[in-house]
Write a new protein. Structure first.
Length: 343
């Protein structure tokens, strides 16, 4: 297979949040191969991107677990099934093929072929909240980045980070500890992130490792072909120009249904209508699980997404292996590949 051939799998999962990851586990028990597509650069969806340190209390068997730890646990749970990932790319188009499979192409041109698709996109595609700077589009991917895909790309550079949440704080700490020259700009004096992260940033600022500017915003960008400096304006209208290689406006992500809205699926507002028998949509072969779907009595809870994923794969199995008999067995009897059973 050359690099341009489609990635082939039994179940293509669009969205690598908790529901999508658990679907890999349930599908793996049925010997189904899975591949996941997610716009974010790492698995976990909003749990890892927006609030990795937020405690979750309603996952059965775990009295309390941090969102980021839950994703780590799910990744460990699905590791025996070796799923594939296309990360940092958005599922853009979907086309039904003559053999009944679906061809899904991302915004970067990566193609995937599967007989069944599970949309587990949470609240939809997360798009960055961009600051209102007129020429910001001129410098996107030329010094302006909304997510950090590979921290190594930013090591030992001059970086201006704007934002006051966990993502801005965590990256300021990480990059400062890896040799980068950090200027952090926040429009308030109070931060929204975890107290220990705020304390660490303040300590780094006191020691001179971070240039912390509060009650201020980045209002201008300058450079020839690539970002060279930013203009920072304080609340009392004072301006200063800071030379920089990189500007990271980390104001969080805004959920949008995105291209999914154009796939011919029945929608109710910004959610996909499903049949609760197997969480299938009005398009045969396409399912929707987790927060992105809707039905009578729907609750947007992680544990509900787990339930939906479990029933969905039972139906998707028939599409992946037509005519093959599905025999449901408990994992306490069968075990998991690579792990011992109890029998």
């Amino acid at each position: 297979m050359n690099s341009r051939d489609p990635i082939q799998t039994d179940l293509l999962i669009i969205g690598a949040g908790p529901a999508g990851l658990f679907a890999v586990f349930e599908a793996g028990l049925l010997k189904m191969r899975c591949h996941l597509i997610d716009y974010l650069p790492q698995p976990g969806g909003q749990l890892t991107e927006i609030y990795p340190k937020k405690p979750i209390y309603d996952v059965p068997g775990l009295p309390s677990v941090l969102a980021g730890e839950l994703i780590q646990n799910l990744m460990e749970q699905i590791a025996p099934f070796d799923p594939g990932f296309t990360l940092g790319e958005r599922a853009e188009t979907i086309e039904k093929q003559e053999d009944g499979r679906f061809l899904v192409t991302t915004d970067k041109g990566t193609q995937h072929l599967a007989p069944a698709i599970a949309i587990a996109g949470g609240l939809g595609v997360f798009e960055p909240r961009k600051p209102p700077i007129a020429n910001i589009g001129d410098f996107e991917d030329k010094g302006v980045y909304y997510i950090v895909k590979d921290p190594a790309d930013f090591a030992h550079k001059k970086i201006v980070i704007a934002g006051g949440g966990d993502s801005a704080l965590d990256w300021a700490i990480y990059l400062a500890d890896h040799g980068s020259e950090i200027t952090m700009v926040h429009r308030r004096t109070e931060f929204r992130g975890a107290p220990d992260s705020v304390e660490k940033v303040e300590q780094l600022a006191s020691s001179g490792k971070i240039n912390l500017i509060t009650n201020a915003q980045v209002t201008g960008l300058s450079g020839t072909g690539h970002l060279e400096s930013v203009t920072i304006t304080t609340s009392d209208k004072q301006e200063q120009v800071v030379n920089t290689d990189v500007f990271l406006p980390l104001f969080g992500l805004s959920p949008k249904l995105g291209p999914i809205a154009n796939w011919g699926l029945e929608l109710d507002k910004n959610a996909i209508v499903v049949n609760t028998l197997d969480y299938s949509t009005n398009v045969p072969g396409i399912y929707a699980i987790g927060d992105i779907n809707t039905y009578t009595g729907k609750l947007k809870l992680i544990l509900c997404g787990f339930h939906e994923a479990t029933l969905m794969v039972q139906s998707a199995f028939q599409l992946a292996f037509p005519g093959k008999k599905l025999s449901f067995k408990y994992t306490t009897v069968t075990g998991i590949e690579g792990l011992p059973s109890t029998s």
